[in-house]
Design a protein around this ligand. Structure first.
Ligand SMILES: *Cc1c(COP(=O)(O)O)cnc(C)c1O
Length: 236
């Protein structure tokens, strides 16, 4: 199936899940995760109206960002928004700070500090989410829930980044109740932040296999790859 058709189907799914949860579909942003797919795939999605793209690998992403930026001369509509969603190594923070609009995967204060220091002065603040481990032992990515408040308090003081919210990648499960429980945890953590005066508006949660549960629990950004672009081939 074509990328534009897939996008339509995903948008319908978002609308249906939102409606079922009594939410406005417009309160949910679709992030198209284009990792491992080439710039042609990004352009096909962009032509179908998609604007926000998520990437996991810095160099691969920068190549696509540069290619689409060059094309913007001829096509002013090609104003795309780039979100970094992969694990962050400290030696990659400068490139991330210089090229992306958002970073969803900040899991250490040191990374947030470097992103703030390295964000170019002529760019708007980098929009970030703190990635939290909501599945305990099962996964290693994300900061521990107990560490969240302290890190969030420090992050909101950094000048060149803006804390927008929280992100999670729960352990995969087909059990919808379990999916919802993990996403609900992230929502409760956002409430905890609010209780100490840290306002955020973003819950980045839900992928192709669990987006409906995520929307039911309040996702404001769903990160969708496979359902839009097809199955990834990491061998390429
Ligand atoms: C790859 C990836 C996605 C997309 O996953 P799909 O199952 O293909 O929709 C979403 N979020 C993160 C952090 C990813 O690495």
């Amino acid at each position: 199936m074509s990328i534009s058709k897939n996008l339509q189907l995903v948008q319908h799914r978002i609308a249906n899940s939102a409606q079922a949860a009594g939410r406005d579909p417009a309160s949910i942003t679709l992030l198209a995760v284009s990792k491992t797919f080439d710039v042609q795939a990004v352009l096909a999605a962009a032509q179908a109206g998609q604007r926000a793209f998520g990437e996991n690998y810095v160099q691969e992403a920068i190549d696509k960002i540069a290619a689409t930026r060059d094309m913007r001369e001829h096509n002013p509509d090609l104003q795309l928004e780039w979100h970094f969603i992969g694990p962050i190594q400290s030696n990659k923070t400068r490139q991330i700070a210089e090229h992306f609009d958002w970073v969803h995967s900040v899991d250490r204060l040191k990374i947030a500090q470097r992103l703030s220091e390295q964000r170019p002065a002529d760019m708007p603040p980098l929009q970030i989410c703190l990635q939290v481990n909501v599945s305990g032992e099962a996964t290693k990515s994300g900061l521990e829930p107990e560490a969240l408040l302290e890190i969030a308090r420090a992050v909101v003081l950094l000048p060149n980044i803006r804390l927008r919210g929280l992100m999670a990648i729960p352990e995969p499960t087909e059990d919808v109740q379990q999916q919802r429980a993990a996403f609900a945890k992230l929502r409760f953590m956002q409430n905890d932040l609010q209780a100490v005066g840290i306002q955020t508006d973003t819950l980045s949660m839900g992928m192709s296999a669990d987006m409906d549960a995520a929307i039911a629990e309040g996702a404001t950004i769903v990160r969708i790859g496979t359902a839009i672009f097809g199955v990834r081939d990491y061998a390429k």
